[in-house]
Design a protein around this ligand. Structure first.
Ligand SMILES: [Zn+2]
Length: 279
């Protein structure tokens, strides 16, 4: 077996979490679920049950989602260049797409789940491309492609990044928001860490392994933002991972946290936002 990130065959057993075996590549250090190929049937994996709680929260959180989109868009434009069009991969109910449109961008979304794409259209009036990213028409180009808590769900990371690169305009920008397996949050929570989210999260990246993947696939100017630890997260350990994903890295006020718990400053949270420029 070769690593799906760097092709190395130096794979070893890493640990068992909630009865799932996790393996680790000794070369690029990415951690991944054993037997991914046998396990995954994405179209049926992400059914109504998976999205059940998520829908309720999405309706409540649209303003938060829009603020998140606005915050990162500002950051990206300041650091990388002008963004006029965006493709959201793993668009869920299309709320990021809707938010980007309300912010004045041309925005499209890709979503593998039939249930989710149908809900996006019926409930939020957003039409999504309901298939694999690989099948998205290559003649369309985007200034920004984002994978907002979707990349860790994907079974073949290199092929997705390669396709995203094809869909990016010249000097287009890639934005990945995903759990950081080397975060303090993870070490404190051990097997109860929300970022494991097994069997849905197939790959577990650290800043160094995600950087390696982006270099292999032809990106540069890689910037990684690690979010602060939300102190409340330590208390609410049993919350569903999706709940934390949607309330993610930006929606609580950093300033408030700093006032509330000075130790916040030295901790890094479970999420990281990764930005990179197409060469
Ligand atoms: Zn590897």
């Amino acid at each position: 077996m070769n690593c799906k990130v760097c092709q190395s065959n130096k794979i070893r057993f890493y640990r068992k979490v909630n009865n799932y075996n996790l393996l680790k590549c000794k070369n690029c250090r990415v951690i991944f679920l054993e037997n991914i190929d046998e396990l995954i049937d994405s179209q049926n994996f992400y059914n109504e049950d998976y999205f059940e709680n998520y829908l309720y929260e999405s309706e409540l959180n649209f303003e938060q989602i829009k603020n998140t989109a606005k915050y990162y868009l500002t950051y990206i434009q300041k650091n990388f260049g002008v963004v006029q069009s965006v493709l959201d991969v793993g668009a869920g109910f299309g709320l990021f797409v809707k938010a980007f449109r309300e912010l004045g961008l041309k925005a499209e979304g890709v979503e593998i789940s039939k249930y989710s794409a149908k809900t996006a259209l019926e409930k939020f009036k957003v039409e999504l491309f309901n298939d694999e990213l690989i099948k998205y028409p290559s003649n369309e180009k985007f200034d920004l492609i984002c994978f907002y808590h979707s990349f860790e769900h994907l079974p073949d990371p290199v092929s997705y990044i390669t396709k995203a690169s094809e869909l990016l305009s010249n000097r287009g920008i890639l934005w990945l928001s995903l759990p950081n397996v080397m975060s303090l949050d993870r070490f404190l929570n051990k097997d109860k860490w929300n970022g494991w989210s097994l069997p849905y999260h197939l790959f577990h990246y650290s800043p160094s392994s995600i950087r390696k993947l982006l270099l292999i696939t032809g990106f540069n100017k890689i910037k990684i933002q690690k979010s602060f630890l939300n102190p409340l997260r330590l208390i609410r350990r049993n919350d569903g991972a999706r709940n934390l994903e949607i309330s993610g890295s930006i929606n609580y006020s950093r300033l408030k946290e700093i006032v509330r718990l000075p130790a916040t400053l030295i901790f890094t949270g479970q999420n990281m936002n990764v930005f990179a420029l197409k060469k």
